[in-house]
Ligand binder design. Structure first.
Ligand code: 13P
Ligand code: ZN
Ligand code: NA
Length: 283
């Protein structure tokens, strides 16, 4: 069944685990994460970026995810990841997305509040979850000087005011993670996660899930992260498995064959991330 991500995230937040959210780009990737969730009896958030919506079409994505949801009793949400375009958000809600992210984090605080508030007003009328971002995820380098780093990360006091003024359902505060694979280890500000958690009541979202060492994921979840986004590791596993097939068998031309190990690779990573999030058996 396809549901809003709000109840899933609230349950996670209340009970000290996180829901794993996976960015998918193909039907096989979608099937892989659904199979993983079924096997793990875990709640599932399937997400697509704006680029994927443009690539596949919101209608195709919704139809596929609705079909997947009919095959399982696992609660599933379909989420639009990092979108700064109001029209695109409306388009996806109309197509059947049950959760959206308005990412106005590039704008000054007051603009972020105003833009996010507008999305929340519309989404509330449709029972859709809205995630917003404060601070800047990504581009945060380990060797960045402290003042600069501090300016990029979310301010706990501001998080409280932001949630209060926007009515947003979930919040992605920048706390030192980045998209993609890290050079070395991420520099996560755990005290900041704790402080934000203490000041805000909404579920918190950990972006940049690929490449975070297991212990650091667990610690972030223990401190209050209720959703973890994973994109890059799935893409790498999927693509590497296909490359391996073509290396061993350059003449292969049957997607029904070369997609099989690719799907399996995505499923294994999804299961491993669910384990780290502590969401196994929570469906
Ligand atoms: P990764 O690519 O590091 O997994 O980040 C995913 C993400 O945050 C998607 O919003
Ligand atoms: Zn992200
Ligand atoms: Na990452």
């Amino acid at each position: 069944t396809l549901v809003s991500s709000t109840p899933m995230l609230r349950a996670a937040s209340r009970n000290g685990y996180a829901v794993a959210a996976f960015n998918v780009h193909t039907l096989e990737m979608l099937q892989a994460v659904v199979e993983a969730a079924e096997e793990a009896e875990a709640p599932l958030i399937i997400q697509t970026t704006v680029g994927t919506v443009k690539h596949l079409g919101a209608d195709y994505i919704c139809a596929s995810v609705h079909a997947a949801s009919k095959h399982t009793k696992i609660p599933m949400a379909l989420h639009l990841d990092h979108c700064s375009d109001f029209a695109m958000i409306m388009n996806c809600i109309r197509a059947g997305y049950t959760s959206v992210m308005i990412d106005a984090s590039a704008y000054p605080f007051e603009d972020n509040v105003r833009i996010t508030r507008k999305v929340v007003e519309v989404a509330n009328a449709c029972g859709i979850n809205v995630e917003a971002e404060l601070g800047k995820v990504g581009g945060v380098e380990d060797d960045i000087i402290v003042d600069e780093r501090d300016a990029l990360l979310a301010d706990p006091e501001e998080c409280a005011v932001f949630v209060e003024r926007t009515g947003v359902h979930s919040l992605a505060p920048a706390i030192g993670t980045a998209h993609g694979i890290y050079k070395g280890e991420p520099n996560i500000d755990f005290d900041r996660i704790r402080a934000i958690r203490e000041k805000t009541a909404v579920p918190l979202v950990l972006h940049g899930g690929s490449g975070i060492p297991a212990a650091q994921v667990k610690r972030s979840v223990a401190l209050g992260m209720a959703k973890m986004n994973v994109a890059t590791e799935l893409r790498i596993a999927f693509s590497d498995a296909i490359k391996d097939v073509f290396t061993a068998k350059p003449e292969e031309n049957d997607p029904r064959k070369y997609m099989v190990p690719a799907k399996q690779a995505v499923k294994s990573i999804a299961l491993a991330k669910m384990e780290l999030c502590g969401c196994i058996g929570k469906a």
